[in-house]
Structures are given as structure tokens and as C-alpha cells.
Design a protein around this ligand. Structure first.
Ligand SMILES: Cc1ncc(COP(=O)(O)O)c(C=O)c1O
Length: 420
């Protein structure tokens, strides 16, 4: 009985008088299925995306910052500190955002979170109840879509083109996917480097999106997950830097610029949302580990963070060029790449009629891991095999050999299908 009551209280069961107990029709939306990652087996050539370079991480300097943070820790720092995070770190982030992203950020509007993931989770809990809609780019990250639907929101997928989110298609998409009952609360976008397709949102689209959000009184989540790295063209001002009506919630992360296991990200909020965001953070996790925050504040203040990002930018730029050249040499006109101007990955679409899984399975036999991109697409799946290739954590030698193996695996699959 207790189990039934609990499931009922959580919305998984509906009890109908005289008829019995039934599984709620939207119960599936509460269970994020298939998002647990499989155990990651090491491979010689692993093109996993979203991970920075390990070999070039300045562990000695990070260790020094961490030791200093431990040595200087006060009882206040080691206790139940403020949910909004370290004052020192929030000041450093505000400075970084003003100088590198043209966002007029002040520490009072910044809250430290366990990565961008927690920031987006709390925003979802804050805004989305059943019947509320969140506009999400299509394609987009499966985990992000999972967070939104887990909060009970209705995810409306809206296509992107070479200029980013097709703002003019939002209303049509709502009508098609939700019968037109619009209660748009949130719009999730990755304007600097669309995930996973890689385009940068045009100025025109940015203006249209800000206009749309203003009209609908919706908030835009700007996920700026890898904006530190741009190799071609100018860095664009963040959407939050163009927003004059407090409609943008800016989310940043140190997962790509330092390392994901640090679990430090942050959110820059309109003043009206701070109290309720903090209330949710307080009851769900309260704090982000304090010593890491103090160490990071020191690391930024000493100039080592900027130096590291600068050095990684040069390193990744070389790795990126090597990848683009290797793909051109090995695949010639049998593939097209997207989104290689920025970030730590690119998207490749093959023009041959061979299945992604077949190529990925063949590749693994020679120590190569490549990651199919199909699941990121919702409404219109790519017509042919597509992969997301991360290159930050591979040497140029590994990239060249890996891409040769990739092309061999693809050729082998074509031969087996009788296409050669
Ligand atoms: C588009 C996008 N947003 C957010 C994240 C999550 O970042 P974090 O590690 O800060 O939670 C990722 C991670 O890869 C991502 O690809």
C-alpha cells in the first residue's frame, strides 16, 4: 500500500474510484530512459566529443591553487556556506564574462552550480509544470531534452538551419506537436556553437529570438557550453549581452575549458529569478564543493586560467585542422562536415548508404571509437550516416590514423553490402 501511495503521490499512478489503479498516461515522461551511459571501454583512437585534452592540463598549477585554497580555508568556507557559491569565484566569473562575452555581469546575479547540467535542471524545475512548453533546438543534446521532459515540461522541437534556431517556425512547430495550445515558458538555445550541428546563430536570428521571447514573456536559456574556443571568424557577443529586457538566462561551464569532473558551472539570472532559483538549489543540493570553488577563483585571478584557455585554443586549432585535412584526404567527396569553426567537435555526414551502427561496430574492431549522431535529431533524421567527432583529446597522429581506420571501416561496410 505504501508503495502504491508513493507512486500515486509522485504522479506515476492514477486511482479511479470503482475502476482500480492505472499507470498514469504521462508516467513515461517521468522516467528518463536510455540516458545512462554504457561503461566506457578505452580505445586507442577515441573520438568522444565534449572532453578537453588531458595530456595538456596543467595539473601542477591546479594542484598548487587547490593546496592554497585548503591552506587558507576558514571555518566559514568549510561549513554550510552560501548556496549561491563563493563570493571570490562569482567576482572572477563576472569579470570574465564582461571581458570575454560582453555580458554586463555582476556577482549578485551569478549562482554557481554543479556544471551547466544542474543550472538547466533547476531552471526546468522553476518553470516547467505539466502543460508548460519548452522550445528546444532540433537537433539537440539528448540529456538536455531528458532534463526538460523529466520536469514535466512538453518539449517542442524546432528545426535549425545555417543561421541557427528557425524562430519563424516556432509557432508552426507548437501547432504540429501540441495542437497549438501555447504556454511557452522557456526557449533553449546554443547560439555560439549549436549542439551538435555547429553553426553560429546569426545576428538577425538573435534579434528575432529576443523579440519573440519578449512578446511571449518567455525566458531564453543560452547554453554557452564551449564558447571559449573559436578558430575561424570573430567571437560573437553572447545573446545575454544583447538582451535589454532581462529575458536571457545565461549558462556557462568549466567542463570544456578545465575538466568535466570539476563539476563547476554557473548561471547568470535576471534579478527576479534569483530568490526562487536559490530556494530550489538549497533544498536539492545546497552547495557546490567549496574548496574547488576557492581553488578555481585563485586559478582565474592569477591569470593561469586565461593562459590555459589560450594555449588550448592553439593546440585544438592544430588538431582541428589535422582532422579536417584527414577527412578530406580519406573521404574526398563522400562526406560533408559541419560546425568545425568552433568548439571541440565537428559533425560529419557521409554520403554513402551504409548504416552508422555498422560502421561504428566495424571501427571498434580496429581500436577506433566513433559516435553516431542520429539520436540528437528528432523530427528529421539525417538521410545518411552521421557522426560527432571530438578531437580535443587526440594527438595529431591519433587523429590521422583514426580517420584512416574510419575510412577503411566505411569502405569495408560498402564492400559487404556489394556497393564496391
Ligand atoms: C550542449 C551542452 N550543454 C551542456 C553540457 C553539460 O555541461 P556540464 O558538464 O557543465 O554539466 C554539455 C556537455 O557536454 C553539452 O554538450
Amino acid at each position: 500500500m505504501q508503495a502504491y501511495e508513493l507512486l500515486h503521490a509522485e504522479g506515476y499512478l492514477v486511482m479511479k474510484k470503482g475502476a482500480g489503479t492505472f499507470i498514469a498516461t504521462n508516467a513515461a515522461a517521468h522516467s528518463p530512459v536510455g540516458l545512462r551511459e554504457e561503461k566506457i571501454e578505452p580505445a586507442l583512437y577515441d573520438f568522444r566529443h565534449g572532453v578537453p585534452s588531458w595530456d595538456a592540463f596543467p595539473m601542477d598549477r591546479w594542484q598548487k591553487a587547490f593546496q592554497d585554497a585548503c591552506r587558507m580555508a576558514t571555518p566559514e568556507i568549510l561549513g554550510y556556506g552560501p548556496a549561491e557559491g563563493s563570493e571570490a569565484l562569482r567576482q572572477e566569473i563576472a569579470r570574465l564574462l564582461r571581458s570575454t562575452r560582453s555580458i554586463p555581469a555582476v556577482p549578485e546575479r551569478i549562482i554557481i552550480t554543479a556544471g551547466a547540467t544542474q543550472a538547466i535542471d533547476i531552471i526546468s524545475r522553476l518553470f516547467l509544470q505539466r502543460g508548460h512548453q519548452v522550445i528546444v533546438e532540433d537537433p539537440s543534446h539528448t540529456v538536455l531534452r531528458g532534463i526538460f521532459s523529466f520536469s514535466g515540461g512538453e518539449v517542442i522541437s524546432v528545426p535549425v538551419d545555417e543561421e541557427g534556431l528557425c524562430v519563424q517556425d516556432i509557432e508552426n512547430s507548437i501547432a504540429e506537436q501540441s495542437g497549438g495550445k501555447a504556454a511557452v515558458k522557456l526557449i533553449y538555445v546554443t547560439p555560439s556553437h549549436q549542439f551538435p550541428a555547429g553553426m553560429t546563430m546569426s545576428q538577425q536570428r538573435r534579434a528575432e529570438l529576443l523579440d519573440y521571447a519578449r512578446q511571449k514573456e518567455a525566458y531564453i536559456i543560452e547554453d554557452d557550453y564551449d564558447s571559449e574556443y573559436r578558430y575561424i571568424g570573430q567571437k560573437t557577443t553572447a545573446l545575454a549581452g544583447l538582451d535589454s529586457s532581462d529575458r536571457v538566462i545565461y549558462v556557462g561551464s568549466f567542463s570544456k575549458s578545465l575538466f568535466p569532473a570539476l563539476r563547476i558551472g554557473y548561471v547568470v539570472l535576471p534579478a527576479s529569478l534569483i530568490e526562487s532559483f536559490l530556494a530550489i538549489k538549497c533544498i536539492t543540493s545546497r552547495m557546490t564543493p567549496a574548496l574547488e570553488q576557492e581553488a578555481l577563483a585563485r586559478f582565474i585571478r592569477s591569470g593561469q586560467y586565461a593562459r590555459h584557455v589560450n594555449q588550448m585554443s592553439k593546440l585544438y586549432s592544430g588538431r582541428r585542422s589535422c582532422l579536417v585535412q584527414s577527412l578530406a584526404q580519406c573521404f574526398q567527396d563522400r562526406a560533408r562536415t559541419y560546425g568545425d569553426e568552433a568548439g571541440l567537435h565537428l559533425l560529419i555526414q557521409l554520403k554513402t548508404p551504409v548504416k552508422e551502427e555498422a560502421i561504428a561496430d566495424k571501427a571498434i574492431q580496429s581500436g577506433l571509437k566513433i559516435y553516431p549522431a542520429r539520436d540528437y535529431f528528432v523530427a528529421s533524421k539525417p538521410e545518411s550516416a552521421s557522426f560527432l567527432l571530438g578531437y580535443a583529446n587526440l594527438t595529431e597522429h591519433q587523429i590521422r590514423t583514426g580517420i584512416e581506420l574510419f575510412a577503411e571501416a566505411e569502405e569495408c561496410c560498402r564492400r559487404e553490402k556489394g556497393l564496391l
